[in-house]
Every structure is written in C-alpha cells, then in structure tokens.
Design a protein around this ligand. Sequence first.
Ligand code: FES
Ligand code: FES
Length: 206
Amino acid sequence: MKKRTGVVRRTTKARVVTPRRRNPVRTDAAAPPLVTRKEITVQVNGVAQTAEVEVRMTLVDFIRERLGLTGTHVGCEHGVCGACTILLDGAPVRSCLMFAVQAAGQEIMTVEALGTPDRLHPIQEAFRDHHGLQCGFCTPGFLMTTLAFLRERPSPTADEIRVALAGHLCRCTVYQGIVEAVSDAAARLRAGTPTPAPRARGGARE
Ligand code: FES
Ligand code: FES
C-alpha cells in the first residue's frame, strides 16, 4: 500500500492589525458650536424677506409655511415630480431639494407672481384654453419651467417642449394638452400678448 504523503502546512506568522481610527472623537473643547438656526434674506416675488430659519428647513417648506405661498406644491419631496419648481435667479429649481439657507441672497419667483385670476399670464391662458391641466396639482411646476424655457427658446418644436418638460410628472396625464398649451403660449408671447407685471406676494411669518 502506498504510503500517504503528509501535507506540510505552512504556518504564517500571525499579523497583529492595529485598527486605525477613521473618525476620532473630538473632545468638547475642539468641537465648533452647533448652528441650528440662521437668519436669511431672500427676494421673493420682488419683495425682500428676512427670516430666521432652521438650517434643515427645505426651501419649499420655507416658501409654503413661512411665507404662506402655497401655490408651490409638494409632491414627491425627492426631486422627481417637479411640482415644487420655482425660479431661483431666473432658473427653474426643485425647491424640495434645497435648504432655505442655500437660497440666501438670491431671487425667488413663485407661481403667485405670474398672473392674477382676472389677469392671467399668457402661459396660464394657454394652459386653460388647451386643457393643459385637470386637477392642477402639477401645474405650478409646469408653468414655472415653461416660463424659463420660453425665455430661452421662444419658438420651440413639440419635441423640444417634451424634452424641456420631461422632468415633470402629471398624474392626470394631460401631457398632450400641456405640449399644445406651451406651443400656443410661445406663439402668444411672440405676438406680444401683454404679460402682467409680476405680483409682490407673501410675507414672512413668525
Ligand atoms: S416635490 Fe420636489 S420634485 Fe417632487
Ligand atoms: S393636472 Fe392633475 S397632476 Fe397634472
């Protein structure tokens, strides 16, 4: 019978690993004081608003709850639906993805500044005339993005409109009416339909 050869096991020298401290705990003396509130000033629909806010407050909560401008809606709170879109220094942004303190010193325009019930903005008129809304929940966001889009692209094609508004969701699915409304709004603005002067609305609440 063949003799089994033995397996030679190599013994490795045990390594002693000293765990590295990635986040060394600061002593109280080294920690900066925690800032939880901050005073900010923003221009909202042409009016300077100064308020002290919690640093964790989102911009949409500041607009709705502190300024009382509830035309800006909150849908997903994840930057997906576009319902909370406002213009920040002229550019459409999702106000659920920003902290109010990040908007300090900047200019905000909300849907309240667009037109009045008896004097609608041409974009609002076009949405009404083409059934570009049903329940209206998504509409303020669509209107604000459309305003910024038509300033940059006064004669868009239907495909360009679809791309520009692709980041907005409408649960009532009136997308075709919205595309037609934006196209018509562009024509009204090119024809020089007078646009109402932006309205100053809202005031900081204690
Ligand atoms: S609520 Fe801000 S994107 Fe939906
Ligand atoms: S009109 Fe209802 S969600 Fe768009």
